[in-house]
Design a protein around this ligand. Sequence first.
Ligand code: GUN
Length: 292
Amino acid sequence: MAATLIDGKKLAAEMRSQIAEGVAQLKAEKGVTPGLAVILVGDNPASLSYVAAKEKACAEAGMYSREIRLPAETPESDLLAEIVRLNADPAIHGILVQLPLPRGFDEKKVIDAIAPEKDVDGFTPVNVGKMLIGEECFLPCTPHGIVKLIEVTGMDLAGKHAVVIGRSNIVGKPVAVLLSRKSVNATVTLCHTGTRDVGAFTRTADVVVVAAGRPDTLTGDMLKPGAVVIDVGVNRVPDASKPKGYRLCGDADFESCAAVASAITPVPGGVGPMTITMLLWNTLESARRAAK
Ligand code: GUN
C-alpha cells in the first residue's frame, strides 16, 4: 500500500477537545450551555445508533442534549408542533431531525419548519442558499468534515482538479460547492449516475470524493498516481466470518485505490467521525451567536 491513511478519528478527537474548551469558556463567560435537540421518529436501527453516538458526543463536549423520540405513527402535525416548540426554546441552540423519516412524512416540509438559526445540519433552504452564495451559515456536517480531512493531508487544492462522485443534497452537491469556493479554489467536476465514463474524469483528478452509496464505485485503475481519495460510503457487505454476519466497506475498493493514491480515508474511521464533530461545531457556534 502506497497511500497514507487519513485518520478521521484522530482529527475528530482533536477538534472535539477544542470544541469542549469552547463550551467550557462559553459557560464560564456567558453562563450559556450549548443545547442540541435530536428528534428521532420511529426505530430505524441505524438511526438509533447515530442518535446514541450524537448524545454521547454532546455529553463528552459538555453540551446539553435532548432526545425526542416519537413513534412512527406520530401525525406529521405533532412533529411540526414539536419543532415549533424547540424553535422557541432558549435552552436549545441546534435542532436535528434524524433522516430518513418513516414513510408518509414529508421530509421537505419537516426540514422547512426548523428555524434556520437553529439548523445545525445545514439542511434548510436558507442555509443551503447562503452556502451557495458564500454567506455566513451553518455548513452541512459531512461536506464540512470532508473539507477538513482534505486540509490535513496538506494538499493545496488551489488550481487542482477535484472530482466528486454522487449528487445527493446531503453530500455530493454541497461538497462540489465547498471545494469550488475561492477559499479552496479547486476546479470541480461532479459525476453522477448519468456520467458516461467516470474514470475518464477521475484519472485527471488530484482529489476524488466518492459518495455514490455503492461499493467498488472507485477502483485503483481509475486514479491518477498520488491522488487523494475521500470515501464517504458506508455499505454493509455479507461476511460470514464476522460476528454480525457483515462488514462495513466504503464506495472505493480500498486495496486497489490505496496502491495508487497518496492518501485515503479508511471505512470506518475516516469521514464518519467528522460528521458528528462538525455537528458539535455548529451547535457551539449557534450558542455563541445566541449569547452575543
Ligand atoms: N441521517 C444520516 N446522516 C444524517 C445527518 O447528518 N443528519 C440527519 N439529520 N440525518 C442523518
